[in-house]
Design a protein around this ligand. Structure first.
Ligand code: ADP
Length: 506
């Protein structure tokens, strides 16, 4: 073997061996210790002293290795607080023991084993969590399906409530209209009409909230006189303002114009804003200004009331939120709905307010000027069938249509209407969508099969039903919503008798 240079021997000793703790013990035939050589002088194990007898632990290993001629290694033997690999070299006559300190290695292995154990525990846990998660997802899916079902049920409920409320209100409003024509000088029918509008607004507020801002609910633009709207708002709130000793000013410009947008929703907005101004003002003035300019209606409702603190301005639009000190009643819904409606109509709402000075709500809504119309005195002729299960509505529209020169036959059920088709010819049928014994659309398709030339107008009290696109082709020319606008009804009926193209759904 080639001799190892001194430099290399030093290197091995200094660089390699210094990291290793080992002890070499030479034994005689009686297993007495002949010599003890340590790799590092400070690693002293008690009992390993030259001339003494080998400690029992090592002695028993020695006898266990006696059978073998080859070196035997006993790993990880715990000895005097250390873990050592014990190498037995030689035989019983002359044996060498090498004790190699592997405490650190042992600890590392222990740590690794511990980690592996923890990892396997963790992966068991994560498998359990995963299956829990899958169960939760399943439950979530189930809940969502239940929520969707509930929401569909809610929509149906809203549609039917809407129908239930609108019909009687429509009836009151229609009769008030007739009374107004009969008693042009009396204030009473007008008061009745205004109160109905107010009632309708409150109902619409509730329905709007229940719809949860559902933007798919369609708008219902009609032509109306801006002056009449302003007069109605003035008259609606004048008594209340006077009762609180408040000065109410309503101004609009220009005068004598007709505009076209959703009048019901516009009234709803105005009633909410002006009634707030009245409720939150104890003294001074309330002014409501209307200005029509370039297809927009700009409204400013200003009061000299308690005002709103800057930090509360955004909160007042949150549902069921009331701010400041107040001894007035209210649900905290009016402004939420007002903002929703304005957004839906494509408008804007701005608020400025100072506590103890007052508030100003500014609304700007697209509401174009209606084209000039040369109305001749409304006279029509012809016979039509009107189907509705509400007797008051039937009588009301019979009166109204007869005053236009029409001959109106009425039926209060699907059965009655089907029976009448065998005895009469009607160019036009106006039917309510929901009848006690059936569906208006189905009734119409039955009538049309019996008399193919027949045209239909369908009326609904529910804000959720939409006109299916194919209905125009099947003979329905318009789909109208309660409360009916007399002008719209007149136009649709006149067009139906003149064979005009199918109208719009409003
Ligand atoms: P309600 O008036 O029924 O509480 P609203 O949504 O209409 O609900 O208004 C929410 C809150 O905004 C009110 O409770 C009130 O604190 C505040 N508020 C609304 N309008 C005015 C106003 N003109 N002046 C002062 N505070 C107002």
């Amino acid at each position: 073997m080639k001799r190892v240079s001194q430099r290399a021997a030093h290197y091995i000793r200094d660089e390699l061996l210094k990291h290793e703790h080992f002890i070499v013990i030479a034994l005689d035939a009686r297993q007495n210790i002949l010599s003890v050589n340590r790799s590092t002088p400070d690693w002293k194990l008690p009992g390993l002293i030259r001339g003494s007898v080998l400690p029992d632990t090592l002695r028993s290993l020695l006898s266990a290795a006696a059978e073998s001629d080859d070196p035997v290694v006993f790993p990880y033997v715990e000895f005097e607080g250390y873990f050592v690999d014990i190498h037995v070299l030689g035989n019983e006559a002359s044996a060498d023991l090498v004790l190699h300190d592997v405490t650190e290695l042992h600890e590392k292995e222990q740590t690794l084993q511990q980690r592996a154990h923890e990892n396997s525990l963790l992966s068991e846990q994560s498998a359990a969590l995963n299956s829990e998660l899958a169960e939760l997802n399943q439950e979530l899916l189930l809940r969502r399906q239940q929520a969707e079902k509930a929401s569909t049920a809610k929509s149906r409920f809203i549609a039917s409530m809407s129908h239930e409320f609108r019909s009687p209100i429509a009836s009151i409003m229609g009769y008030a209209d007739l009374l107004r024509a009969e008693l042009p000088d009396s204030e009473n029918p007008q008061a009745l009409q205004r109160a109905s509008w107010h009632l309708l607004t409150l109902v619409e507020n509730l329905l709007e909230q229940a719809r949860d801002g559902d933007a798919s609910v369609r708008l219902n633009p009609t032509r109306f006189s801006l002056d009449r709207l302003v007069d109605d708002i003035d008259a609606l709130f004048r008594t209340q303002a006077a009762a609180k000793d408040l000065d109410l000013e309503t101004i609009s410009s220009p005068k004598n114009i007709e505009v076209e947008c959703d009048e019901l929703r516009l009234r709803q907005i105005l009633i909410n804003l002006v009634s707030n101004a009245l409720r939150y003002t104890q003294q001074g003035q309330i002014s409501v200004h209307f200005k029509h300019h370039e297809d927009k209606l700009n409204i400013r409702v200003r009061d000299s009331g308690q005002g709103i603190a800057a930090e509360d301005i955004e909160r007042i639009f949150e549902p069921f939120t009331r701010v400041g000190e107040s001894n007035t009643s209210g649900a905290g819904l009016g402004l939420t709905i007002t903002r929703q409606l304005i957004n839906r109509m494509g408008g804007k709402l701005k608020v400025e307010s100072k506590p103890d000075v007052g508030s100003e709500f500014r609304v700007s809504i697209p509401c174009p000027r209606a084209p000039d119309e040369h109305k001749e005195s409304p006279q029509l002729s012809g016979t039509l069938l009107w189907v509705d299960d509400d007797q008051d509505i039937l009588s009301l529209y019979q009166l109204m249509l007869e005053s236009w020169g029409l001959h109106v036959l009425t039926a209060s059920s699907v059965t009655q209407a089907k029976d009448m088709i065998n005895h009469h010819n009607f160019p036009l049928v106006v039917t309510d969508m929901h009848l006690t014994d059936g569906d208006g659309l189905e009734l119409f398709s039955y009538l049309r099969t019996a008399q193919p030339g027949i045209t239909g107008i369908v009326i609904s009290g529910s804000g959720l039903v939409d006109l299916p696109p194919e209905t125009a082709a099947s003979g329905i020319r318009a789909f109208l919503q309660k409360p009916l606008d007399a002008d719209v009804l007149f136009t649709e009926i006149a067009a139906a008798f003149n064979g005009g193209s199918p109208g719009h759904s409003v």
